[in-house]
Design a protein around this ligand. Structure first.
Ligand code: AP5
Length: 209
């Protein structure tokens, strides 16, 4: 199954993708995670995108499209994939259409207040990428990853002023993809406001219709 997860920053796309990839036995490809991994490695790409990501703006289309093209050429995507955070512009969506056919585009619907609460409480482990929330999904010991015992961090782009920019960028550049994919008959709306278990179950039901 070839899936795209669409939705505002902090909607819970990554959280649901981590469960859905196991259920559907397909890889979870998050462009945000790929960029963060490049930054951790200190690669040329990572250094190039660091300031852009920290500012809350989008990485240029040509860089992002090429990275996704390369990832989708890998063997593990033959039986499907979850693309999380890509496409984010009409140009990216047009490019994706030239690479693969999609089965569904899942639109995670949640209001702005909820995403701000989710983003402001998010913490993550740098080495594993595991994500927590200080209230909704706290670690066993505050500030410490459950499995590695390493400290948890807040993403630089999760600072309040960056979140405002990311939400503006989402409205301007990414929200138009909702109509784009609805017109193509690919869009499935999923209410992302309940707890993750409920969101996952609702999505699974919606994808069998
Ligand atoms: P990216 O990493 O993709 O960030 P994003 O889209 O802003 O999405 P998030 O990771 O913030 O949110 P999410 O929906 O995955 O939420 P999560 O599950 O973590 O991109 C970062 C940057 O990279 C971009 O700003 C851009 O610069 C660049 N980039 C990436 N892709 C690009 C592209 N295609 N083109 C150009 N640039 C690109 O959940 C959030 C929190 O809420 C967590 O703490 C979680 O525990 C909690 N939570 C989740 N679900 C629930 C729930 N149902 N109830 C309660 N709490 C919940």
């Amino acid at each position: 199954m070839n899936l795209v997860f669409l939705g505002p920053p902090g909607a819970g796309k990554g959280t649901i993708a981590k469960e859905a990839k196991v259920f559907y036995s397909i890889p979870h490809i998050s462009t945000g995670d790929l960029f963060r991994a490049e930054q951790e490695k200190g690669s040329e790409l990572g250094n190039k995108v660091k300031a852009i990501i920290a500012s809350g703006q989008l990485v240029p289309d040509e860089i992002t499209i090429e990275m996704v093209r390369q990832r989708l050429s890998q063997d593990d995507t033959k039986n499907g994939f979850i693309l999380d955070g890509f496409p984010r512009t009409i140009a990216q969506a047009d490019a994706l259409a030239g690479i693969v056919d999609l089965d569904y585009v899942v639109n995670f619907v949640v209001d702005k207040d909820a995403v701000i609460k989710r983003i402001s409480g998010r913490r993550f482990c740098k080495s594993t990428g595991r994500t927590y929330h200080v209230i909704y999904n706290p670690p066993k010991v505050e500030g410490i990853d459950d499995e590695t015992g390493e400290p948890l961090y807040q993403r630089e782009d999760d600072a309040p002023e960056r979140v405002a920019t990311r939400l503006e960028v989402y409205e301007k550049s990414t929200a138009p993809l909702i109509a784009y994919y609805r017109d193509k008959g690919l869009l499935v709306d999923v209410d992302a406001s309940p707890a993750p278990e409920t969101v996952l179950e609702n999505m699974k039901k919606a994808l069998t219709k």
